[in-house]
Ligand binder design. Structure first.
Ligand SMILES: Cc1cc2nc3c(=O)[nH]c(=O)nc-3n(C[C@H](O)[C@H](O)[C@H](O)COP(=O)(O)OP(=O)(O)OC[C@H]3O[C@@H](n4cnc5c(N)ncnc54)[C@H](O)[C@@H]3O)c2cc1C
Length: 228
């Protein structure tokens, strides 16, 4: 019999209690099934990425922890700059993709928009939950659409950047973990500790360009260039 890892094994800070059940689906339908299994049984669900933004209690977690094992990155319109002179190129990545792998890939093929977010730990799925940012860049400005499983309506939805309600280190997804319509003050949110919307994939609109825009004073000074 294999034992499930604990949160201490799955989070970068290395603390957290034992987990009743751990699933690592390798397909889109597998993710939805694992989420539905937990929600159908009414047991707590934690969808985890790299575990780099979670501080978990030492108590046992009597629920299901799901980690998306998919890591595919697809260029949706690679020829756009050549065909029509449009500098926008869309790429899509599975929620389980390592964030820094996506940044490195986009730089390698000459795309600009998320390079300032290099080195941030975690996954593509979580990047849009907290709207990661660094050096004057935020993921929100490059997100084109987010494909999610809606745990309430039980359908796959495509959320636009506007639907995502991005704010400083927050989004509609993050807010859905903590509040819901009709929630009585102090009552536990039924989706916590995972958003109502589980991210399946994210597509980004990046620019084909030899140069980037430096928007952060410290970075501009280090590179000896002007802001902008
Ligand atoms: C050393 C260090 C440096 C950091 N630097 C920065 C920084 O510069 N800028 C910055 O913005 N952040 C930074 N962070 C925070 C962290 O990297 C980000 O919040 C990152 O997006 C977390 O990704 P993760 O996959 O580890 O998320 P996790 O910690 O696994 O999860 C975080 C939350 O997202 C939810 N979640 C995860 N995957 C999904 C999914 N597929 N669908 C729905 N919900 C999901 C989880 O349920 C959880 O609530 C840093 C963290 C560390 C440890």
């Amino acid at each position: 019999m294999t034992t499930s890892p604990s949160f201490a094994d799955l989070t970068t800070i290395g603390v957290g209690g034992r987990i009743a059940r751990f699933e690592q689906p390798t397909s889109r339908v597998g993710i939805i099934e694992a989420v539905e299994d937990a929600d159908g049984k009414g047991v707590p669900l934690c969808v985890i990425g790299g575990g780099s933004n979670m501080l978990v209690a030492d108590a046992d977690f009597d629920g299901i922890v799901v980690r998306d094992a998919r890591q595919e990155i697809v260029v949706l319109d690679e020829a756009a700059p050549v065909e029509g002179g449009d500098t926008t190129v869309h790429i899509s990545a599975d929620a389980g993709t390592n964030w820094d792998d996506l940044v490195a890939f986009s730089i390698q093929i000459g795309l600009e928009g998320i390079e300032g977010l290099s080195g941030i730990p975690g996954t593509v799925g979580a990047s849009v939950v907290q709207n990661i940012g660094a050096y004057g860049q935020e993921v929100a400005t490059s997100v084109f659409a987010v494909e999610v499983w809606d745990r309430e309506s039980k359908v796959v939805r495509t959320l636009s950047s506007e639907d995502m309600g991005f704010g400083y280190r927050t989004s509609a997804l993050k807010r859905s973990m903590y509040a819901s319509a009709g929630n009585v003050a102090g009552q536990r949110n039924p989706f916590f500790p995972t958003p109502r919307y589980v991210v399946l994939s994210v597509s980004f609109a990046l620019r084909h360009s030899d140069t980037g825009v430096v928007a952060f004073d410290q970075l501009a000074r280090a590179l000896r260039v002007d802001i902008g």
